[in-house]
Design a protein around this ligand. Structure first.
Ligand code: S3P
Length: 447
């Protein structure tokens, strides 16, 4: 799809102490939703701080293909939305590139429209399971006209004349599945209910409320969330300031922890509690991370993070923490490679169906660089080597996965020998500024 077939390797080498103040790009989850909900709402939405990564741009293109007007003016993105229930049938397939969030949420958003929509993506996205979204959509009356085997993309949806509201218990911890059903509910008469036994990131609920949707969340005595949305209501354009992405901040953060003597401040990071599991874990490992200037911005908790080089020790990361740090396990595994003792991570089933099989990709990358680790069905244990002695010297297969590429480049900054990743191209999907930001802090990365 968008990426040339010739891979673009990069190599990270042992670096002197990192220092400086940086801002990471806008949160990817909030950026996708800003384009989607802005494109759907009536009137104007203005967005600052948007992540201008390839994944989010694909979502913007999809919304444009369905009738939204989206343009950039200075630092601001300005959207004229189509109106809830008023999206147009796209003229051609919607190409989501590498973006699971864009594809799955849009399937929910448009699946219930009385129109035909085709979804395509790159080799990584075409391997990922879409049945988790298609199953509830089928219950609402959506036809999957065509799909690659195992409910994979490319696939074509045909919506019903009028969708049926459902009550759906999400069978895995997935914000994408929850969101797809809620978005399908927006174009469905009556109340659509999502039952979420394990809480995942709550950006869809919060932002839809901000756009004026009639949505309520109730948590029962067992901690199970019941989210009810009323369909066919009006959404109204909003002004959104997207905070920095904690999943991107994770890379300079872990780099500063493992490179001795580092002192790095990362400003304006989203601290929504459904996203801060990595920070909790690193603090337990003995990391020096100070939360400065804690504040509220646009209804979200935000802070600056001051991070200093630290001697880490291994911990057990409980399975129930996985949803709040699901995208951060690869870089946590890198931090664990420099910790004293063993780090055990459990409850990692969902890592198998990310942009790559991240559990296998991380384990193979660690092994290639001399790290003693064991991969279980849904667990990973890593026995660290403080100081990075003997680590590095390998080449990591990134499997079209941006977070695998960035994690192992971070690893090379503190390993005795350099670490090479076979392809850096996908970093542009979520963190186009990664190379410049890291080298600006003093990281030795060559391409
Ligand atoms: C996301 C949800 C998570 C996460 C992804 C972004 C979202 O995926 O891994 O990067 O924005 O809703 P799952 O829903 O598959 O856990």
């Amino acid at each position: 799809m968008s990426h040339a077939s010739t891979p673009l390797p990069a190599t990270a080498s042992k670096s002197e102490a990192l220092s400086g103040q940086v801002r990471v790009p806008g949160d990817k989850s909030i950026s996708h939703r800003s384009f989607m909900f802005g494109g759907l709402a009536s009137g104007e939405t203005r967005i600052t701080g948007l992540l201008e990564g390839e994944d989010v741009m694909r979502t913007g293109d999809a919304m444009k293909a369905m009738g939204a007007q989206i343009a950039k003016s200075g630092d601001e993105w300005i959207i004229q939305g189509a109106g809830n229930g008023a999206l147009l049938e796209p003229q051609g397939p919607l190409d989501f590139g590498n973006a699971g969030t864009g594809a799955r949420l849009t399937m929910g958003l448009v699946g219930t429209y009385d129109m035909t929509t085709t979804f395509v993506g790159d080799a990584s996205l075409s391997k990922r399971p879409m049945g988790r979204v298609l199953d509830p959509l089928r219950e609402m009356g959506v036809q999957v006209v065509e799909a690659a085997s195992g409910d994979r993309m490319p696939l074509t949806l045909r919506g019903p004349k009028r969708a049926a509201p459902i009550s759906y218990r999400v069978p895995m911890a997935s914000a994408q599945v929850k969101s797809a059903v809620l978005l399908a509910g927006l174009n469905t008469p009556g109340i659509t209910t999502v039952i979420e036994p394990v809480m995942t990131r709550d950006h869809t609920e919060k932002m839809l409320k901000g756009f004026g949707a009639n949505i309520e969340v109730e948590t029962d005595g067992d901690g199970v969330r019941h989210i009810r949305i009323e369909g066919e209501g009006k959404l109204t354009g909003q002004t959104i300031a997207v905070p920095g992405d904690p999943s991107s901040a994770a890379f300079p953060l872990v780099a500063a922890l493992i490179v001795p003597g580092s002192d790095v401040t990362i400003r304006n990071v989203l601290m929504n509690p459904t996203r801060t599991g990595l920070i909790t874990t690193l603090l337990e490992m003995g990391a020096s991370i100070e939360l400065l200037n804690e504040r509220k911005a646009g209804g979200e908790d935000v802070a600056d993070l001051r991070v200093r080089g630290s001697e880490l020790r291994g911990v057990v990361v409980p399975p129930e923490r996985a949803p709040s740090m699901i995208d951060e396990y690869p870089v946590l595994a890198v931090a664990a490679s420099f910790a004293e003792g063993e780090t055990l991570m459990e409850g990692l089933d969902e890592l198998r169906v990310k942009e790559s099989d991240r559990l296998a990709a991380v384990a193979r990358g660690l092994e290639a660089n001399g790290v003693d680790c064991s991969e279980g069905e849904a667990s990973l244990s890593v026995r660290g080597r403080p100081g990075g002695k003997g680590l590095g010297g390998g080449t990591v297969a990134t499997h079209l996965d941006h977070r695998i590429a960035m994690s192992f480049l971070v690893m090379g900054l503190a390993s005795e020998k350099p670490v090479t990743v076979d392809d850096r191209a996908m970093i542009a999907t979520s963190f186009p500024e990664f190379m410049d930001l890291m080298t600006g802090l003093g990281a030795r990365i060559s391409v």
